[in-house]
Design a protein around this ligand. Structure first.
Ligand SMILES: [Fe+2]
Ligand SMILES: [Fe+2]
Length: 472
């Protein structure tokens, strides 16, 4: 493990100083990244001073530093988590062999595709969120948005480092293409669909960071088990930053619900008060939860089986020894598969082919825990409304349930019923227009928009009324 070098042009703990060729390649990519940031990132705020955390090391205590920084001057670094030199592969066909420090030839294409697909989501979300800075409900939220944005930028760096270091010319070309595809671009869109959906409002942003960043957590967690050691350590460190993104989402949705509950308790109509009614919140949650579940890929997948067999992608927390069969050859997964008549039939999928389904199940459990936390707060406030996490069959565009119709509880419905009820389950144009009408910037220190509660605590021990952004 190399020392942390914070003085370098690109801060890192991967020994860039001793690898001149790599350093040059990355220093050539850096201006392209900055151009992309200035064009496609939160460009209206490039001159402002934002109170941001910057990763400066990987040690357990104090890996980050907080200070004011202009975003284009953010120190995007390359950091690998610490790990044992002699790590062994702990699942799949190569169980017990030494983890790889280089890419085995036969895994090259698959591994590159995994890294590119992950890498593509990072700048995509910055592009999706680029206009939100114009309508943040408070300086605290504005700062959190930018924190998420710069860290997604760093995650892109993490993947570009792997491409440049281990994939030669192909890797360099892929690294450039990561800056050329754009979210929602008709000719050259981002790879995964949820990353082409616009994030128009802060309600979308908080749902996205709750549900879509959480998909990211599970994908990163599966890669963090990888037999390819640099990928495992890279994604392990990304997970420490990812936790904040998900917290931003969970707290954001929770604060909106909290505010609506308060207004109802006062006997007032949330809509008249300019807050977000519960039914609209539930529809946004249904939309982003289902779009995010699509990111897990097919429940029955030979592709997923191969990635597991090769040791590229493990199960959630595979390394904690919580699975009885690290080769996953003996068991099967029970799935409810739709018949052509639209009924559900239980079918066993050999476990290796069900890796996406397993990862999705871990995700759903996690999401239900979050939902429970929101509901506990609603209960305390004395409201009857409870958030329901939608069934994994609801509104799916990918996987075994795509092309079939289910209500949010997962009951089969006809296409006619779906069409008639869709507006009760997913945001309508009118809902979106209403939510949009609430989005106005509140940039006075300590003030906040009426549709959301202030957070219980500020950032890094600072109070809510701290000057999180100093405008130029
Ligand atoms: Fe990320
Ligand atoms: Fe994230």
């Amino acid at each position: 493990m190399s020392e942390v070098d914070l003085e370098a042009k690109i801060p890192n703990n991967v020994g860039l100083r001793d690898n001149k060729r790599l350093m040059k390649a990355l220093e050539t990519w850096q201006p392209a990244f900055l151009d992309w940031w200035k064009d496609m990132g939160p460009s209206d705020f490039n001159e402002d001073q934002i109170y941001l955390r910057t990763a400066v090391g990987v040690g357990k205590g104090g890996w980050a530093h907080f200070d004011y920084v202009k975003m284009p001057e953010y120190r995007w670094g390359i950091f690998l988590a610490e790990g044992p030199e002699d790590r062994k592969i702990h699942f799949g066909d190569h169980l017990g062999e030494n983890a790889w420090k280089e890419v085995p030839g036969e895994m090259r294409n698959r591994l590159r595709r995994l890294i590119v697909t992950q890498g593509d989501t990072e700048p995509a979300s910055v592009e999706q969120q680029r206009l939100l800075g114009k309508t943040a409900p408070s300086l605290y939220d504005l700062r959190n948005l930018f924190q998420v944005n710069v860290e997604e930028g760093r995650h892109l760096w993490a993947m570009v480092y792997l491409l440049h270091t281990y994939f030669g010319k192909d890797g360099r070309e892929e690294a450039e293409a990561l800056l050329q595809r754009h979210s929602g671009d008709e000719d050259n869109p981002r790879i995964l669909e949820a990353f082409n959906n616009p994030i128009e409002t802060w309600v979308d942003f908080f749902c996205f960071t709750t549900f879509t960043d959480r998909d990211g957590k599970y994908q990163l967690a599966a890669l963090a088990e990888s037999a390819f050691d640099p990928l495992a350590r890279s994604t392990q460190f990304m997970l420490t930053e990812e936790a904040f993104h998900m917290q931003t989402g969970e707290n954001g949705v929770g604060r909106i619900l909290h505010r609506t509950a308060e207004i109802e308790k006062e006997g007032k109509d949330p809509r008249k008060e300019g807050a977000v009614p519960f039914d609209i919140m539930q529809k946004y949650i249904n939309f982003w939860a289902s779009a995010s579940m699509d990111l897990f890929g097919g429940e029955d997948s030979t592709n997923a089986a191969e990635s597991f067999a090769m040791g590229l992608k493990g199960r959630y927390r595979e390394g904690d020894g919580i699975y009885s069969d690290p080769r996953a050859l003996e068991q099967s997964y029970k799935a409810e598969i739709p018949t052509p008549e639209g009924k559900l039939e239980e079918k066993e999928i050999p476990l290796r082919r069900a890796m996406n389904a397993l990862l999705l199940d871990s995700y759903v459990q996690d999401c239900k825990r979050i939902t429970m936390r929101w509901n506990r707060d609603l209960e305390k406030l004395g409201t009857d409304f409870r958030v329901v996490f939608p069934s994994k069959r609801f509104n799916r565009k990918q996987g075994i349930y795509a092309g079939h119709f289910y209500d949010p509880e997962g009951n089969p419905v006809t296409e006619e019923e779906w069409k008639a009820k869709q507006g009760d389950w997913l945001p309508t144009d009118a809902d979106r227009a209403y939510v949009k009408s609430l989005m106005h910037p509140v940039y006075e220190k300590g003030k906040i928009a009426n549709w959301i509660s202030p957070p219980p605590t500020g950032v890094n021990g600072q109070p809510f009324d701290f000057e999180y952004v100093k405008f130029h």
